[in-house]
Design a protein around this ligand. Structure first.
Ligand SMILES: Cc1cc2nc3c(=O)[nH]c(=O)nc-3n(C[C@H](O)[C@H](O)[C@H](O)COP(=O)(O)OP(=O)(O)OC[C@H]3O[C@@H](n4cnc5c(N)ncnc54)[C@H](O)[C@@H]3O)c2cc1C
Ligand SMILES: NC(=O)c1ccc[n+]([C@@H]2O[C@H](COP(=O)([O-])OP(=O)(O)OC[C@H]3O[C@@H](n4cnc5c(N)ncnc54)[C@H](O)[C@@H]3O)[C@@H](O)[C@H]2O)c1
Length: 542
């Protein structure tokens, strides 16, 4: 936990255990020796053990009860407690903009850094270094000097709207180094509950495999930094292995085949970057290997990048084909085995042909689905019972059926595409909502007493809180070979639509402007200079 009001290098615990809200948990070992946990209110429990203690109950094979700790930051001040889940686009944009003098802010995320996802496809082949596109949460927290901002490196495992808490599970061991207040005191994998007055859920989404067999086991995603490292390691290992085999050996061909599944922007940009590495680097020192590398881009729809207008998608397709990426359109992967996958292509007469594609590296980029913590919340709020893709929110980003849980970014269903620019704008907007509420604290009570969604809207409207309005600034995608496509807009007005080398430089400038920190921006510029002078750093283990 980091507290920006004190010396951040002195990791301190400024938490209080809220004894009157103690809950009782039951933990047993079932017959298969698997541990299961359930929690109930202390009031309902026949005899609540002392908070934080572990006792035993009769009946089960080695069963015992424990009381999870409840952490309540607002006990030490009268400011509302805002707990933010995540450290991605939504959460960090919220952290940057929230007025910490008006709220106690606690950020919970298993990832202690922000990741600038738009340049993630550039990292597996070393066009940009992984470290250049991440920024520690502490660097954002340190700038919040007017109040308490805390960060826990933990995974939120459950949102408990019935008692306004989030159950969190520590990723690492923590211990108190200074101060006389009780510390969080949870060991690795232990859980405790964080009390919130307002919760901002920004946990994003996770890769969707659509349940296709073999994908989880053999495919690689590109959503987090560790995915980038894994792709590089496997691809370079395959190149080295193939180099040991004679030309014409089918195993050599397999090892040098990369299949990227999903012709959305993640798949296209990743395929383009890999082809750049082959054409601009591998060709210099392993020319015979380079000419045998074959990248397939498999897309179920008849077009790639279907969020762009037809003129741009046709241009994108022609660029990819010129750079020797093989486009497999109207082709859906249905099964993945260790060394090959099966895909079905829809023919013009409506029938299907089945193809087997041997691969050495498989990158799976078919979009996202809701995370477990989000789907687990659906049954707890009646208005979310029919939700599927994420938390359905009102026009003020308040989760339908809740008066104090807001959702931003990919875990919110607000009628917009799951993009960084949406998450960023939603978080900025939400900070304005919080600012208006703090200027007129009676809103807190009015909101709490509102009977239904309509009454909530009336409270917001009465207090000058307008609905969220998204402004679309357009879309950009890198294609490889120093070419990009872009459609730059301001809302419904279009300013630039084009593709090619000039657009590639526009793409670079706009992505630099989107980076959230000066340090990261500097490092990315340095990487691009280094690329021009020395080509890519693409080492297997690094
Ligand atoms: C390769 C790639 C390139 C992209 N390029 C672009 C682009 O150019 N432009 C664009 O607009 N969009 C782009 N996107 C989409 C964009 O990254 C997402 O829309 C955006 O990240 C959504 O922000 P978010 O805050 O909702 O989620 P994320 O940024 O994914 O952040 C989620 C956070 O929640 C944390 N978390 C997860 N589970 C838990 C939990 N249980 N408890 C606590 N924390 C948790 C994660 O560690 C992470 O910190 C790209 C996406 C990818 C994968
Ligand atoms: N440059 C950018 O602006 C950028 C870059 C990356 C991601 N994003 C955003 O992030 C989100 C996710 O993007 P994404 O590219 O990861 O996913 P996506 O949902 O945009 O695209 C996934 C693609 O996979 C295809 N697909 C699904 N199942 C398949 C199967 N079995 N076989 C073959 N193809 C299959 C789908 O038809 C779809 O075209 C989107 O909102 C996107 O706009 C934006």
């Amino acid at each position: 936990m980091l507290s920006s009001t004190r010396n951040a290098t002195n990791v301190q615990m400024s938490v209080l255990l809220k004894k009157q809200h103690a809950r009782v948990g039951y933990m047993f070992y079932n017959k298969n020796n698997c541990r299961s946990v359930s929690t109930t209110s202390a009031k309902a429990a026949p005899s609540a053990p002392k908070e934080g203690t572990v006792g035993t109950t009769g009946g089960g094979v080695s069963s015992f009860t424990t009381t999870p700790k409840i952490i309540n930051h607002s006990q030490s001040s009268n400011k509302p407690n805002v707990v933010v889940l995540g450290s991605g686009w939504g959460a960090i944009s919220f952290l940057k903009n929230i007025d910490e003098s008006k709220y106690n802010v606690t950020v919970v995320s298993p990832r202690n850094y922000f990741l600038f996802t738009p340049l993630l496809p550039s990292t597996p082949v070393g066009t940009v270094d992984e470290k250049s596109i991440i920024e520690p949460v502490v660097n954002f927290a340190l700038k919040k000097k007017k109040g308490n901002v805390s960060y826990y490196e933990a995974t939120a495992t459950s949102i408990n709207p019935d008692r306004n808490t989030v159950t969190i599970q520590s990723v690492s061991n923590v211990s108190q180094t200074k101060g006389d207040k009780p510390n969080l005191g949870i060991q690795q994998n232990d859980t405790c509950e964080l009390k919130y007055d307002y919760l901002v859920s920004a946990v994003g989404a996770e890769p969707n495999t659509f349940g296709i067999p073999g994908v989880e086991k053999y495919g690689m995603f590109l959503k987090e930094i560790e995915h980038s490292l894994k792709i590089r390691k496997q691809f370079i290992a395959n190149v080295e292995k193939a180099n040991m085999l004679p030309k014409g050996d089918p195993e050599r061909k397999r090892l040098l085949t990369i299949v990227v599944v999903g012709g959305g922007p993640t798949g296209v940009e990743t395929a383009g970057e890999l082809q750049d590495y082959v054409d601009q680097d591998l060709k210099r020192f392993m020319p015979s290997i380079a000419e045998e590398v074959q990248i397939h881009l498999v897309e179920a729809l008849p077009v790639i990048l279907n969020m762009f207008e037809k003129k741009l998608t046709s241009y994108a397709q022609s660029v990819l084909e010129q750079t020797s990426i093989k486009l497999e359109l109207k082709t859906a992967v249905s099964k993945v085995e260790e060394k090959y996958l099966i895909a079905k292509t829809k023919k013009d007469d409506g029938s299907f042909t089945e193809t087997t594609i041997p691969y050495g590296t498989l990158i799976w980029a078919t979009g996202n689905k809701a995370r477990k913590i989000v789907t687990d919340l659906f049954p707890k709020i009646p208005e979310q019972n029919n939700a599927r893709r994420g938390l359905e929110v009102q026009e003020n980003l308040l989760v339908n059926g809740s008066k104090n849980i807001f959702a931003v970014g990919d875990n919110a269903v607000a009628g917009f595409a799951p993009t960084a620019q949406v998450a960023h704008q939603e978080a900025e907007y939400l900070c304005k909502v919080f600012s208006k509420m703090s200027n007129n604290p009676s809103v807190y009570d009015e909101l709490a007493n509102a009977k239904d969604a309509k009454a909530i809207q009336t409270v917001f409207a009465k207090n000058g809180i307008k609905p969220f309005k998204y402004v679309h600034y357009g879309a950009l995608a890198y294609l490889g070979a120093e070419k990009a496509i872009a459609n730059i807009t301001y809302g419904k007005r279009s300013f630039y639509t084009g593709g090619g080398s000039l657009t590639f430089y526009i793409w670079r400038v706009l992505y630099l402007s989107m980076i959230l920190s000066a340090r990261s921006r500097f490092k990315v510029i340095a990487d691009w200079f280094k690329l021009a002078l020395f080509k890519r750093d693409c080492f297997k283990e690094l």
